[in-house]
Design a protein around this ligand. Structure first.
Ligand SMILES: C[S@@+](CC[C@H](N)C(=O)[O-])C[C@H]1O[C@@H](n2cnc3c(N)ncnc32)[C@H](O)[C@@H]1O
Length: 346
């Protein structure tokens, strides 16, 4: 696979980013987009948020006052990273959707301080953000081997299967909460296949709460810009003709489905054409395209879901207001009904 050359200031520290040769068509599946845009309601999967602009807007969203998720998860990790390291023993850390790994750096530091040299593999669909993840984690310690994998959760999980020793898979930022049921279940099957009994999965997830707090988190300036920029990403990637000024951001708490949904509402009837996909469709005035879901969970049902997929709950930590949880699961050695399911998707 292609190797990334370390930038000058980190040359002495060693890091590699692989997977740059994976074709964009694997990471951003145009056929899947055509079918999701043909559903009712029309959908755009959240992976399209994370081009370079979207990744930057997400970083800015994390410093919005109303976006409590980032600061809350950071508070939990600040207080409990050492305890997490104590519970698992020495591990190789692997993160799904690392982003800039600012919070993961706290965890990495705890492992290095407790056990010495540690390896950290960051998987993300966005190459530039992996560079930032390398900078953020390597700046807190030199006893770290950093590997970045440009890929989807699924392609990345196939690659980490080869790592030896005890593993700790990590997902922060409530990122798995952006997955629809089928995607989440298939992620759990793939995680189970990539891990060995005794390996761990540490998951940060947002808890269900008052509508007012939830809706404020997803209706600030950065959330609005991030949502609209999904259309800009599609225009660039697939030669589309979305006019960003003809859409309005709409995000609300769907209480019965325990999630916040972000949409883009067409402010007038319009014809959309994605040239490279040879796909056109008509939007009515007021029609909404759903661009993202953000699950808001109850801890007990979240635990039950992991148990169903062959994990057991080791411990969880919440913040002082019980807004957010970081849960440590361990893979059991008992087979589950999902073990016979298709092997890792590519
Ligand atoms: C919600 S952000 C969380 C970032 C970071 N973990 C945090 O807690 O701040 C999700 C991250 O996952 C990446 N991502 C989203 N969907 C992905 C997918 N299907 N495969 C790989 N990475 C993905 C995005 O590029 C982004 O960096």
């Amino acid at each position: 696979m292609a190797r990334h050359t370390p930038s000058e200031d980190t040359a002495s520290r060693k890091y590699h980013i692989i997977g740059e040769d994976v074709p964009d068509t694997v990471l951003f599946d145009g056929d899947a987009l055509v079918s999701s845009l043909s559903e009712t309601p029309r959908l755009i999967k959240s992976v399209y948020y994370y081009d370079d602009t979207g990744s930057e807007l997400f970083e800015r969203l994390c410093s919005e006052n109303t976006y409590y998720l980032f600061i809350t998860e950071k508070e939990i990790l600040n207080k409990n990273a050492k305890a997490i390291a104590g519970l698992t023993g020495p591990v190789s850390l692997i993160e799904l959707g690392s982003g800039n790994a600012e919070k993961t750096a706290l965890l990495v530091k705890a492992y290095v301080e407790t056990y010495g040299p540690t390896s950290y593999t960051a998987i993300d669909i966005n190459h530039s953000i992996l560079e930032k993840a390398a900078e953020n984690t390597l700046s807190s310690t030199s006893d770290l081997t950093f590997l970045g994998i440009v890929g989807t959760y699924q392609t990345g999980l196939v690659q980490i299967k080869e790592l030896s020793g005890r593993k700790l898979l990590v997902s922060f930022g409530s990122a798995i909460g952006n997955l629809y049921d089928d995607e989440l279940y298939s992620l759990l099957v793939s995680a189970r296949a990539a891990l060995s009994p005794g390996d761990y999965f540490l998951v940060g997830i947002d808890l269900d709460k008052e509508t007012k707090i939830l809706e404020a988190a997803y209706n600030n300036q950065m959330a609005i810009l991030g949502n609209l920029c999904v259309l800009q990403h599609l225009n660039w990637r697939f030669s589309g003709n979305f006019d960003l000024f003809q859409f309005r951001h709409v995000a609300f708490h769907n209480k019965s489905l325990q999630r916040v949904e972000a949409h883009l509402e067409a402010m007038q009837a319009q014809s959309i054409n994605l040239q490279k996909l040879n796909f056109s469709f008509q939007l009515e005035k007021g029609e909404m395209i759903r661009t993202e879901i953000m699950r808001k969970v109850e801890l007990h049902s979240f635990h039950d879901m992991f148990i169903e997929y062959g994990f057991h709950a080791v411990q969880h930590w919440t913040d002082s207001y019980k807004r957010y949880a970081v849960c440590l699961f361990q893979l059991s050695d008992k087979p589950t009904e999902f073990d016979s399911e298709a092997p890792l998707a590519s």
